[in-house]
Structures are given as C-alpha cells and as structure tokens.
Design a protein around this ligand. Structure first.
Ligand code: HEM
Length: 134
C-alpha cells in the first residue's frame, strides 16, 4: 500500500475528529437550550454540516485508499488522487469545522467540494482502466 496508506490513515484519524464533533453536538443539545431550540441557526447548522460531511469524506478517503494502489494507472495519477482526496476533506468539512473560530474559512469550502468532484471523476476513469487481480 504505497499511496493508499495515506488516505486510510488520514480517514481513520479524521473520523475520530468528526465523530467527536457529533458527540460535542449531542452534549450541546442537552446543555444549551438556545442551541437546541433553533436547528438552522449558527453555529449549529455549520457544526452539523461539518459532522455529516466530514464523516462521509473520512470514509471516502478510506475507500479510495483501499483501492488506489491496485488501479492500472501511473504512479503520478495515483499520487494525484491520494492528495486530492485528503485536500478535499480538509478544504470542505475541515473548513466548515473551523467556521465558528475563523468565519472566513467557510468561503474556502467550495474548493474542497470541487476537489472531491475531480477526485471522483479521476476514480471513475481509473477504475474503468481496470484493477490488478481483476
Ligand atoms: C459514522 C457515524 C456517523 C454518521 C455517518 C453520522 C451522520 C450524521 C448525519 C447525516 C446527521 C444529520 C445532519 C443534518 O441533518 O444536517 C447527523 C446529525 C447528528 N449526529 Fe451524527 N453521525 C455519526 C456519528 C455520530 C455520533 C458518534 C454522534 C454522537 C454521539 C452523533 C451525533 C449527532 C447529532 C447530535 C446530530 C444532530 C445535530 C443537529 O441536529 O444539529 N453522530 N449525523
């Protein structure tokens, strides 16, 4: 596992962060009445978005990491896919995560979303080229 290991390790570590965010939201819902009352108010809405997308983006990194080294593509393309998937998670749900601390970071989130779209297009192309052992 030359390239994919980065995605798998990143995915599990990032999942710890995004799951803890879920736990934090649960505690906040029980302890803060104004937070619990308004489902679409800031910062609950942004924390929920970061939690939900972050969980998915962590799992996507784990899946990509398990596949990427078996694809019949160049090492350069494998490296690109690996880095774009990690960059996508940090720039999308990662930027949403820090919005309560650094509000301007939310403006960067679309960069991460686009990075994930490009990653998925590259994965679709790469998998169509075939996989070792298949
Ligand atoms: C892989 C595991 C998990 C997944 C896939 C997941 C996914 C989601 C999704 C999709 C939402 C709804 C977001 C929305 O409506 O915008 C959500 C909300 C929520 N999650 Fe998780 N979650 C996971 C684990 C956890 C854990 C471990 C906790 C806490 C113990 C947690 C606490 C919450 C809470 C409290 C909400 C509601 C937030 C709100 O209403 O503002 N989640 N989660």
């Amino acid at each position: 596992m030359k390239y994919g290991k980065k995605n798998v390790v990143f995915g599990f570590v990032y999942l710890i962060v995004t799951l803890i965010l879920g736990v934090f939201i649960s505690f906040k819902l029980q302890s803060d009445q104004s937070f619990a009352k308004e489902p679409f108010a800031f910062p609950r809405v942004i924390m929920r978005a970061s939690h939900a997308h972050g969980n998915l983006e962590a799992v996507l990194n784990i899946i990509i990491g398990l596949i990427v080294d078996r694809l019949k593509i160049s090492d350069g393309l494998k490296n690109t896919v690996t880095l774009l998937a990690i960059f996508g998670a940090i720039m999308h749900s990662g930027m949403l995560l820090i919005v309560p601390l650094i509000p301007i970071s939310g403006k960067l989130a679309p960069i991460g979303a686009i990075s994930f779209v490009v990653t998925m297009a590259l994965m679709a192309y790469s998998v169509s080229k075939g996989m070792e052992g298949k």
